[in-house]
Design a protein around this ligand. Structure first.
Ligand SMILES: NC(=O)c1ccc[n+]([C@@H]2O[C@H](COP(=O)([O-])OP(=O)(O)OC[C@H]3O[C@@H](n4cnc5c(N)ncnc54)[C@H](O)[C@@H]3O)[C@@H](O)[C@H]2O)c1
Ligand SMILES: [Zn+2]
Ligand SMILES: [Zn+2]
Length: 394
C-alpha cells in the first residue's frame, strides 16, 4: 500500500503549507464501524513531533473505547495507540528528535519533570491525557480535522492514521535497526503484559503464576513470568484455541473455566497446594479480577489488575486481603515510557523478548474493521495484528 499525502499550498503566506492530508480511520460515533477518511494533520506546534506511522497493532483498549466505554465526548476520534513510525517534521523547541528518526508514540507521557516522573516508584506522569481523562481518553485539543470538524487523538497518539502529531514527552526514539512493523507492538500490549509481571508483580524465580486472558497482553505477561524464572505458569482462558500460543511464551498448564463447574480459584488452589504466588488479570472483567485475587495463596499472594475497565466497581471480602494477599494495578506494565520502550526494543533486537510470535495477521489500514471484528470475536490465535501503513519505507 502506498501512502498518499498531499501538501496544501493554498493561502497567501502559505501558512498551511505544512498541513498534510492523509488517510485515517475515523470513529465518528461509538459502536459503529470506523470510516476511512481523508483527514488534515496540522503541522507540529511547540515541542511536538509529526510522525509518519508505518505500522500499528490493535489493542483491546481501542475496542473498549468504541464498544464499552462509549463516552460521548470521546468522539469523533482516531483510535490506535500501539504504533511505530518515522519523524516527518518537528515543531519549535524540539531538540531530541530529527526528521528520519524511528520512534514509538507513547500513550503515557514521561515529562521527566513532574513529581511522578521524578519518583522511581511510579510510571504515572502529570502531563497528557492520562493525567485525568480516563473517561474521554483524549485531550480536548487535537491536530486532526476531517470534513471541517475537529477529530480527537485517542490516548494522545492516534495510530490508525498515516500521520499523527504527538508531544515530544510522549515519544520514544528507538534503535534505527528496529523493524517498525514488529516493534510497534511495544507501544502497548507487549510492554504492558511483560512489565506487569516483571515490574509490578515482581514475579520471583521458582514461583507459581496464573495469567487470566491470553490476548497479546496476557501472552506477554506469560513471557514476563517465564523471564522472571517462574516454574509453573497457568494460563486461563475461555477460548482454548489460545493455549497453543500460550505454550510458545512459556505457559506450563492450561485451564478453561468452561471445563469446570466449580470456581476457578478453587481449581487453581487444588493445582498449587493453596493458590498461586502471583496472578495477573489481563481480561478487563471485574468478576475475573476477583477470581484472580482469590486464586492467590494467602500470606503472600500478589494479584495484578491489567485488564482495562472504568465502568464497574470491583469487590472482594476484606479478609482476603487481611490474610496477606496484595491487590495492585499496572498501567503500561509499570514502565517509565520514554526510558522503558527503547530498552524493550533493544531486548527484542538482542532476542531476549519475543515479538514476531505475537503477530498473526498483517493487514492494510483499509481493513481495520476486519481486524476489529477478529479481535472482538477472539477469532485469531495469539493476537496482535499489524496494519502495514507503509511497509517498504523503513
Ligand atoms: N493496564 C494497561 O496499561 C493496559 C494496556 C493495554 C491493554 N489493557 C487491557 O488488557 C486487556 C487485554 O487486552 P488484549 O489486547 O490482550 O485483549 P484480547 O481481547 O486480545 O484478549 C483478551 C483475552 O481474554 C480472554 N477472556 C475473555 N473472558 C475471559 C474469562 N472470563 N476468563 C478468562 N479469559 C477470558 C479472551 O478469550 C481473550 O483471549 C484489555 O482489558 C485491555 O483493555 C490494559
Ligand atoms: Zn493498549
Ligand atoms: Zn511527568
Amino acid at each position: 500500500m502506498r501512502i498518499q499525502c498531499v501538501l496544501i499550498t493554498e493561502g497567501r503566506f502559505s501558512l498551511q503549507a505544512n498541513t498534510i492530508k492523509c488517510k485515517a480511520a475515523v470513529a465518528w460515533e461509538p459502536n459503529k464501524p470506523l470510516v476511512i477518511e481523508e483527514i488534515e494533520v496540522a503541522p507540529p506546534e511547540a515541542n511536538e513531533v509529526r510522525i509518519k506511522i508505518v505500522a500499528t497493532g490493535v489493542c483491546h483498549t481501542d475496542l473498549y473505547h468504541l464498544f464499552e466505554g462509549m463516552h460521548k465526548e470521546g468522539f469523533p476520534v482516531v483510535l490506535g495507540h500501539e504504533g511505530a513510525g518515522i519523524v516527518e517534521s518537528i515543531g519549535p523547541g524540539v531538540t531530541e528528535f530529527q526528521p528520519g528518526d524511528k520512534v514509538i508514540p507513547l500513550f503515557i507521557s514521561q515529562c521527566g519533570e513532574c513529581r511522578f516522573c521524578k519518583s522511581p516508584k511510579t510510571n504515572q506522569c502529570e502531563k497528557g491525557w492520562a493525567a485525568d481523562k480516563y473517561d474521554v481518553m483524549s485531550l480536548a485539543e487535537s491536530r486532526f480535522t476531517c470534513r471541517g470538524q475537529k477529530v480527537l487523538q485517542f490516548m494522545g497518539t492516534s495510530t490508525f492514521s498515516e500521520y499523527t502529531v504527538v508531544n515530544e514527552m510522549a515519544v520514544a526514539k528507538i534503535d534505527p535497526m528496529a523493524p517498525l512493523d514488529k516493534v510497534c507492538l511495544l507501544g502497548c500490549g507487549i510492554c504492558t503484559g511483560y512489565g506487569a509481571a516483571v515490574n509490578t508483580a515482581k514475579v520471583e524465580p521458582g514461583s507459581t503464576c496464573a495469567v487470566f486472558g491470553l490476548g497479546a497482553v496476557g501472552l506477554a505477561a506469560v513471557m514476563g513470568c517465564k523471564a522472571a524464572g517462574a516454574k509453573k505458569i497457568i494460563a486461563v482462558d475461555i477460548n482454548p484455541e489460545k493455549f497453543e500460543k500460550g505454550k510458545v511464551f512459556g505457559a506450563t498448564d492450561f485451564v478453561n473455566p468452561k471445563d469446570h463447574d466449580k470456581p476457578i480459584s478453587q481449581v487453581l488452589s487444588e493445582m498449587t497446594n493453596g493458590g498461586v504466588d502471583f496472578s495477573l488479570e489481563c481480561v478487563g472483567n471485574v468478576a475475573v479480577m476477583r477470581s484472580a485475587l482469590e486464586s492467590c495463596v494467602k500470606g503472600w499472594g500478589v494479584s495484578v489488575l491489567v485488564g482495562w475497565t472504568d465502568l464497574h466497581d470491583f469487590a472482594a471480602r476484606p479478609i482476603q486481603l487481611i490474610a496477606g494477599r496484595t491487590w495492585k494495578g499496572s498501567l503500561f506494565g509499570g514502565f517509565k515510557s520514554k526510558d522503558g520502550v527503547p530498552q524493550m526494543v533493544k531486548a527484542y533486537l538482542n532476542k531476549t523478548v519475543k515479538i514476531d510470535e505475537f503477530i498473526t495477521h498483517k493487514m492494510a489500514l483499509d481493513q481495520v474493521n476486519d481486524a476489529i471484528e477478529l479481535m472482538k470475536h477472539g477469532k485469531w490465535l495469539g493476537h496482535a495484528l499489524v496494519l502495514s501503513l507503509a511497509v517498504g519505507i523503513q
